[in-house]
Design a protein around this ligand. Structure first.
Ligand code: AMP
Ligand code: MG
Length: 488
């Protein structure tokens, strides 16, 4: 396989050509002193780009967008969105650019996209920039999600720009180079719908079907099948989040993809003590995007998506609504099925087990975890040991021991497979105190803690000696007071 140098990388502009109403041709801002902070070499190879060349001046020019390859047409994408429930008709890439679409050596079409590359016409009041810390956060968390097997955008690199960014204090600026199967969002459809141009909505849907849900094109009602396919993909995705304790933090409709990938790692965090009310985001006062509310919000967002698609579903609006409502009803069972299949796997239970046996076990365990605010990640790993005979580590994590012992007895009688459990229950997730430590050091110029954290979380199921601190919950009351910040 030949790896392309960055300056000759072939980038298509299919999105911009097919949907010019949603694309503003734009250029990245110059970077005074670009320096590579982190490069995802395996991903570069997967994309067919020479990693060594990405470290050169030409490589940094690609990764910051200041020297796009010949023939590329970088664009800012226009979209709308419900933010915390309120509709904004015109959002879009205020500080981001789609450099173009590349075809990987194994034939996949992927977006190469930048974040923090300067103000665009959609920047509204923003400065168009991003700070090193939040871009490193997206890098480490998205790569951890990928390693956990959860659909997500990927991070190719973070480059420090040499420019200062004004937040509460002056911070070093950075550009993140991100890869996604596309950046189509529920908000993209909301923008098209709000424009009143049904032909635009149709072209956008056709583009999305071709890219992500090709089977829908063969259905009797392709647009309804498309909607149902997105509903199913989001139900599976959010169930995966819930099973590992991922809290997205800002599930606005502009942050929900049509592909079913996790996108936009802002105030996201991993849950430690199990509590559905957990919120880490400093701006989420009402708990709209709390851990336990994520399935409800996903369904709400999908209802907004359905509204945007109505003109494609039926000429008669009432009939269109009836079709959409019926299709959206598939979300809850799809979510419940994905969640319970995931929980059975986490508990090492056999596939064919009767639901009448499995469901109450899962429910009781969830209640036990909640009443004891049990550390989710450690607990399931400890249960793997319990399945192999040593229940003490798990018993040490719960409060209500009589109830837990009774539960253990019933569960063990089913013969749970501890080794299978260890293949689905991670040892290492990017715990908040470790992420903060890595970002603070990275911002100050020391990337060693980030490198170490990445090493742990990119092989999350594989327990290794010497990495004990990456498996341990935050010390003291760190979790109680922890806050994450948005849009930084
Ligand atoms: P996010 O919360 O990151 O999903 O961003 C929501 C919207 O605000 C998007 O339209 C972003 O492009 C925009 N935005 C966030 N931060 C900035 C910034 N510093 N400058 C310009 N636009 C921004
Ligand atoms: Mg966003």
């Amino acid at each position: 396989m030949t790896l392309a140098p960055p300056e000759t990388l072939a980038l298509d502009d299919r999105f911009a050509r097919e949907l010019p109403e949603l694309a503003l041709a734009w250029q990245a801002e110059e970077t005074p002193d670009p320096r590579l902070l982190v490069l995802n070499e395996p991903l570069a190879v997967e994309l067919g780009i020479d990693p060594a060349a990405l470290r050169t001046e030409a490589g940094l020019g690609l990764l910051t967008g200041t020297r796009p390859p010949a023939g590329a047409t970088p664009v800012a994408q226009v979209y709308a969105g419900h933010q915390f429930g309120g509709f904004s008709p015109r959002l879009g890439d205020g500080r981001a650019l789609l450099l173009g679409e590349l075809t990987t050596p194994d034939g996949r079409l992927l977006d190469l996209h930048l974040k923090g590359s300067g103000r665009t016409p959609l920047a509204r009041g923003g400065d168009g920039l991003a700070a090193v810390g939040p871009m490193l956060r997206e890098h480490v968390i998205s790569e951890a999600m990928h390693a956990l097997g959860i659909p997500t955008t990927r991070s190719l690199a973070v480059v420090a720009t040499g420019r200062q960014v004004r937040r509460e204090t002056l911070l070093p600026g950075a550009v993140l180079a991100r890869v996604a199967s596309s950046h189509l969002r529920v908000g993209s459809f909301q923008y098209a719908a709000a424009s009143g141009d049904v032909d635009l909505t149709r072209r956008l849907a056709d583009h999305a079907i071709a890219r992500h849900h090709p089977a829908a094109a063969e259905a009797d009602q392709p647009y309804l099948a498309f909607f149902e396919s997105v509903v199913a993909a989001q139900a599976r995705l959010v169930a995966r989040w819930m099973l590992v304790g991922f809290i997205h933090g800002v599930m606005n409709t502009d942050n929900m993809t049509i592909s079913g990938e996790t996108i936009d790692y802002g105030p996201c965090a991993f849950l430690e003590g199990f509590d559905p009310a957990t919120v880490y985001s400093s701006i989420d006062h009402g708990g709209r995007y709390a851990y336990g509310n994520q399935p409800v919000v996903a369904e709400w967002n999908l209802a907004r998506f359905a509204e945007a698609l109505l003109p494609l579903l039926h000429d008669d609006e009432q009939q269109a609504v009836a079709l959409a409502v019926e299709s959206l009803e598939s979300f809850r069972p799809a979510y419940a099925a994905a969640w319970s299949a995931g929980m059975r796997a986490k508990l090492g239970l056999p596939d064919g087990l009767d639901d009448a046996v499995a469901a109450p076990l899962v429910e009781e365990l969830t209640a036990l975890m909640q009443s004891g605010k049990v550390d989710l990640t450690s607990f399931f790993r400890a249960l793997g040991r319990a399945a192999r005979g040593d229940a003490e580590p798990a018993r040490g994590l719960v409060l209500d021991l009589p109830a837990f012992d009774a539960w253990l007895e019933r569960w063990r009688a089913l013969g749970p497979d501890g080794d299978a459990m260890d293949r689905v229950n991670p040892v290492y997730v990017p715990r908040n105190h470790l992420v903060e430590e890595a970002l603070a050091a990275g911002t100050a110029g020391d990337l060693a803690p980030l490198t170490d954290l990445l090493e742990a979380v990119t092989a999350p199921y594989d327990e290794r000696p010497g990495l004990e601190r990456y498996a341990a919950p935050a010390p003291g009351d760190f979790g109680e007071t922890y806050q994450t910040f948005c849009g930084t």
